[in-house]
Design a protein around this ligand. Sequence first.
Ligand SMILES: Nc1ncnc2c1ncn2[C@@H]1O[C@H](COP(=O)(O)OP(=O)(O)OP(=O)(O)O)[C@@H](O)[C@H]1O
Length: 216
Amino acid sequence: MTLKNVHKSYGSRSIYEGLDFQVRRRERWCVMGINGAGKSTLLKLVAGASEPDNGTVARGPSVRMGYFAQHAMEVLEGERTVFQTLEGAFPQAGQAPLRALAGCFGFSGDEIEKKCRVLSGGEKARLVMALMLFDPPNLLVLDEPTNHLDIATKEMLITALSQYEGTMLFVSHDRHFLAALSNRVLELTPEGIHTYGGGYTEYVERTGREAPGLRS
Ligand SMILES: Nc1ncnc2c1ncn2[C@@H]1O[C@H](COP(=O)(O)OP(=O)(O)OP(=O)(O)O)[C@@H](O)[C@H]1O
């Protein structure tokens, strides 16, 4: 995944002026920066949900991507149940594995019969994660995936993602998520980008500072 000389503005507000950045296989980048630095915009560009004004975003031919952002929850069909949603996505999978999948993501017993329209934000996020991780793509782009999750589900997600062997690019304000899952750090600053070859913990040790906007 290579971004070359990427320019992006919203109206008169310039977000990047010539961004160069490369993500290689198995790297796990956390993206840091203050509010409005352009973290979500970068993830959108990588995911193809937004186009650069100038420059190129190139994906390797074997890249299969999963993109999670808050709007991902809106694509759930309100009248479908949790189970119907999983079955619709994986028609070949059979009942038992899908029930097990739902269970792993906290939908036990009758809860899989709940319609999507009644799900809480956290339940929707869990269902979207289950859809994404059943047959995981080899590049995950995650924009604040733990936002609506309770602690138990967050820990479960961290465990699942630490076993994931693909490449990741993510934004998180959760210290444990950052520390457990990153092996690279990209910092967006007004002066441009800084990259660090180690994970978040090494970044904190080296720079003596934590990510801006950390929640826990
Ligand atoms: N579609 C849009 N139209 C106009 N301005 C936008 C749009 N999307 C983002 N922006 C602006 O661009 C800037 C960067 O936005 P972005 O969401 O990438 O920042 P961020 O670093 O993810 O911020 P936060 O930490 O607050 O989520 C912000 O000032 C934002 O208001």
